[in-house]
Design a protein around this ligand. Sequence first.
Ligand code: UT7
Length: 332
Amino acid sequence: MINNLQSVGIIGTGSYVPEQVVTNKDLEKLVDTSDEWIVTRTGISERRKAESHIATSDMGVIAGQRAIEAAGLKPDDIDLIIVATITPDMFFPSTACIIQEKIGAINASAFDLSAACTGFIYGLAVGSQFIASGMYKHVLVIGAETLSRILNPADRNTLVLFGDGAGAAVLGPVEDGKGFLAFDLGSDGSGGNLLYLEAGGSRLPVSEETIKKGQHYLAMSGNDVFKFAVRIMGETSLKTLEKAGLTREDVDYLVPHQANIRIVDAAVKRLKLPAEKVYVNLDKYGNMSGASIPVALDEALKENKINKDDIIVLVGFGAGLTWGACVIRWSY
Ligand code: UT7
């Protein structure tokens, strides 16, 4: 329960990843890299790539429909759709509005949320407030990305890390004392220059020159983001547990943002968790930014890693810089 308001939790999840697999060996043919470097430095073996006619909304639709079905609802039961993405179909209308139309969620309002890899956690925090306050009953939160469209095919620093996919969760009222117990969200805009896409906005519209310079591609200072991530993942998780009146000993399962196995391992070490309490699928999918946590959560549930009344921590970090975590007492 959030401040004596209606308790809110996740009542259904769904996910979708494109069929096309890109292996490390495939990338060896494109840039100066090796399967050995990628596996030892990141833990990633392969990632998924959307076919050229597939956009973020197409994957978000499937993940969203699966989550609605898992929650035992119909699209017209959804009051609000929030889509966390940094790769929207277009600047506007929002990808959330495109998805709303495609799934027939005729009663839903809809908007996109930009918090990069932390977007899904931000989306859960925002969406749950509407239910806690009594304004809405069911909120669909989707994290969906087509990162392959913004990767520089010549930049080995980023090309090997990211993949495409979508995950979703339906939020709804749950029994008192279950669902979201606490959130911690943070931002530090001074780190905005560590991970960004420069051209295409109002500051630097796309031009022949920006294209020549590759400014329409994602750019990253990987090592700086790495150091930030290693620190913040443990910190924000512990802070959220404290807000919930819990300690790391209470954690039954951790679903971290899937960026790099060394970042996950650092968080796990800080939380002193055994490996079997942590979900990892970055080996198969790479970093799917806003889609990474909801896809991992959906897969963990399907593999029966999460049970009723378990204490679950979701934690992520990303461009902004942003970070966030939530503690959930699982309600089904
Ligand atoms: O969701 C948030 C998004 N961002 C992230 O999660 C990124 C976080 N950062 C990381 O995961 C790691 O910093 C990386 C995996 C990106 C890089 O690992 P690192 O241990 O921090 O390596 P580094 O950046 O210090 O680079 C080491 C070397 C460099 O060569 P020199 O300058 O030492 O000669 C890179 O050029 O590794 C080189 N390198 C590569 N070599 C082969 C960078 N990428 C590659 C590559 N293949 N794909």
